[in-house]
Design a protein around this ligand. Structure first.
Ligand SMILES: O=C(O)CCC(=O)C(=O)O
Ligand SMILES: [Fe+2]
Length: 280
C-alpha cells in the first residue's frame, strides 16, 4: 500500500506529502533547537504560569503555538486544515500543541496509546504530526495500527512516575499489524486521536523533531488551557447556526472575579494576625 492510500474512515489516518518547503523546515528546525535548549534550562519566565511545563524524558514541549508565532503559521497550514475539514467540517479550533523531539540518551520510548484517553466526553480530535526531519525506523518513525481507531476508547491505566503517557489495556489488540509511518521532512501524518500509536526508544544520532497539533471541530468547545483559538471558519453565521441561545456569563469568569477577593480576605486576615503578634 502506498503512503498516500490511507484514509480516515478505514484506517484512522492520512499522510500528506511535501506540505512544507525546505526553507521553512530549516527555519523551524533551527527554532526548535533553540526552544529546546531554552526549555532544558527550566527557567521561570512570565509564561510559566500559563503554559505546560517541559517533559524531558520523551521530549515534549507544549504550547509553542502560543509562545512562538512561527509555529502558528505551521498550525494554520491550509492543506492540513482542509484535510481535517473533510471530517469535522469547516470550523476548526486549536486544541493543544507540542514539539516531540526524542532527546538522546533518555528513555524516549512512547508506549502504545490513544491521545486524550481521559476525555471521552469531548468531541474527537485529529492530530497533525509534522515531520521536521526525515523520519525513518532508525530515528523513531511513528508506529500506527491501521483501523485501530475503530476500537473506540480502550481501558487505560498509568504507571506512577511516568509523566507523559497513559498505558492501554491491550488484550485482544493485534499489535503485530502496525506499520511504521516513515516520512520525509515536510510530510504530515494526520490521525484520529483513537488510532493506536507508539514509537520505539531510539539510539540513533539522527535527530527526530516533529511538531504536533491537535485540532477539533465546533461541536462543543473544550480547551485544556487558555482560550480557544479559531484556525478556520468561525464566521458569525456559522456560529449562529450552532448556538442560538441568549448569552449567560460562564462559570469561569465568575471564578476569576471571585479569586482576588478571596486572596484579599486572606491577606487582610494574615495582616491582622501579624499586627496582633507585633503588639504582643
Ligand atoms: O512522537 C512520538 O513518537 C509520539 C507522538 C504522539 O504520541 C502524538 O503525536 O500523539
Ligand atoms: Fe500520542
Amino acid at each position: 500500500m502506498e503512503k498516500t492510500d490511507y484514509n480516515f474512515e478505514d484506517h484512522g489516518f492520512v499522510i500528506l506529502e511535501n506540505v512544507f518547503e525546505e526553507s521553512t523546515l530549516k527555519k523551524m528546525r533551527d527554532l526548535t533547537d533553540r526552544v529546546v535548549a531554552y526549555g532544558e534550562k527550566n527557567l521561570e519566565d512570565p509564561f510559566s504560569k500559563y503554559y505546560m511545563r517541559h517533559r524531558t524524558d520523551q521530549g515534549a514541549l507544549y504550547d509553542l503555538f502560543q509562545r512562538h508565532p512561527e509555529f502558528q503559521d505551521m498550525a494554520k497550514n491550509e492543506k492540513i486544515l482542509n484535510s481535517i475539514a473533510k471530517i469535522v467540517g469547516d470550523d476548526i479550533f486549536l486544541y493543544e500543541n507540542s514539539l516531540v523531539y526524542k532527546p538522546k540518551g533518555k528513555n524516549n520510548e512512547v508506549p502504545w496509546h490513544q491521545d486524550f484517553i481521559n476525555r471521552p466526553q469531548e468531541p474527537l480530535k485529529y492530530i497533525a504530526w509534522i515531520a521536521l526531519d526525515d523520519v525513518k525506523v532508525d530515528n523513531g518513525a511513528m508506529k500506527v495500527i491501521p483501523g485501530s481507531h475503530k476500537h473506540g476508547f480502550l481501558p487505560w491505566f498509568s504507571i506512577p512516575g511516568e509523566t507523559h503517557h497513559t498505558r492501554l489495556q491491550l488484550d485482544g489488540i493485534p499489535l503485530d499489524d502496525f506499520i511504521f509511518a516513515e516520512l520525509k521532512a515536510g510530510d504530515v501524518l494526520i490521525f484520529n486521536q483513537l488510532l493506536l500509536h507508539s514509537s520505539d526508544r531510539i539510539v540513533s544520532e539522527m535527530p527526530r523533531r516533529a511538531y504536533r497539533i491537535s485540532y477539533q471541530g465546533f461541536d462543543q468547545i473544550f480547551t485544556p488551557r487558555s482560550t480557544p483559538i479559531v484556525l478556520k471558519g468561525g464566521s458569525p453565521e456559522s456560529i449562529e447556526k450552532r448556538y442560538s441561545n441568549a448569552y449567560k456569563a460562564p462559570e469561569t469568569v465568575k471564578k476569576e472575579i471571585a479569586k482576588p477577593v478571596k486572596k484579599n480576605v486572606l491577606i487582610r486576615f494574615l495582616n491582622k494576625v501579624g499586627n496582633r503578634l507585633q503588639r504582643l
